[in-house]
Design a protein around this ligand. Sequence first.
Ligand SMILES: *Cc1c(COP(=O)(O)O)cnc(C)c1O
Ligand code: SF4
Length: 381
Amino acid sequence: MSDITFQSHTPGYWPDADQDDWDNHVWQLKNRVTSLEGLEKHLNLTEEERAGVLLSGNKLAMSITPHFFNLIDPDDPTCPVRRQVIPRIEETLTDPAEMSDPCGEDSHMPVPGLVHRYPDRVLFLVTDRCASYCRYCTRSRVVSGVSEQKLETQWEAAFEYLEKTPEVRDVLISGGDALLFSDARLERLLKRLHAIPHIQFVRIGSRIPIFLPQRITPALCDMLKKYHPLFISIHANHPKELTSEVRDGLGRLADAGIVMGNQSVLLNGVNDSVEDQKDLVHKLLMCRVRPYYLYQCDLIEGSAHLRTSIQKGIDIIEGLRGHTSGYAIPQYVIDGPGGGGKIPVNPDYVVKHDDGGITLRNYEGKKFHYPAVSTSPIDVK
Ligand SMILES: *Cc1c(COP(=O)(O)O)cnc(C)c1O
Ligand code: SF4
């Protein structure tokens, strides 16, 4: 059943919260749900969740903003929002194929905190904190600060590397979530990057617009728009996450001229149906956000219960292509395990391709032939 309405879930589990407090991101961060006690005040947990909360604490912290918590359905243990942020006992199980660094980032760092895998662009990890933590986080080895490994970004060495590496024309700021920085701190970072002549554009990967739309203040937008061209990649997985507050926050970013894409992760029991994906991409376009990537869930330790088959991802793309606007269709990718980078995976529309030409099928399954270019000279007389 399709639902593309933008709802507010305020006040939800916080009936006594003052509206000004609610709208303040500092209040939201202070009032995050971070403990078993905090969860059980509002929800009846399942056995799997209760054990998950108790046993997963040294892998990735639990933290949920009141805004995001309000999307959780109290009566539905299969709620797609719940599975993203409440740990489950399955997280403590490790499958032999799983890794602590599934994308091989640590082995591609010329400077700690700076991942340089592709020729012309880098991933700059600037913080290990997020507004809330996603149970399938590919960087859980360092994110949230509870595991043994720490993120040790060497700021000056990273800036020096960027200054002396002219092939880098695109810097992706991630972490963690850089929009947790104060406006002043984020501005110092953007200003420094902006001053490097060969850097053509900067993008920020952030789930703050979804977890904490209150952070998207007019003052933040006024600051960001001084550093164009600036792109932001948001991270929404389910249509329910696009509330009226999120839509308004994204509207402020779009009005500030920021180009936005969405990166979602295909997750078992969260967004593994064509219907949910279709509602998600349609709502994103209404918020002026272009679907960018749909990721196959990385082989992060303890994620088997959240991963789907590859066929599921292919079926979803097949269910979108032709059936809706091309603008609505993300690229489905697998991050090559161990450090291969993002590799596109597509439904196969080629029925036959040989010297005679190519036979294709369209989204309805009808076949079409496009002949090969003639190799004999054309008579132009
Ligand atoms: C995802 C990623 C990028 C950016 O890739 P795009 O396909 O350009 O979005 C850059 N560096 C690393 C290490 C990445 O994982
Ligand atoms: S917001 Fe991104 S970095 Fe933070 S926990 Fe979620 S996936 Fe990991």
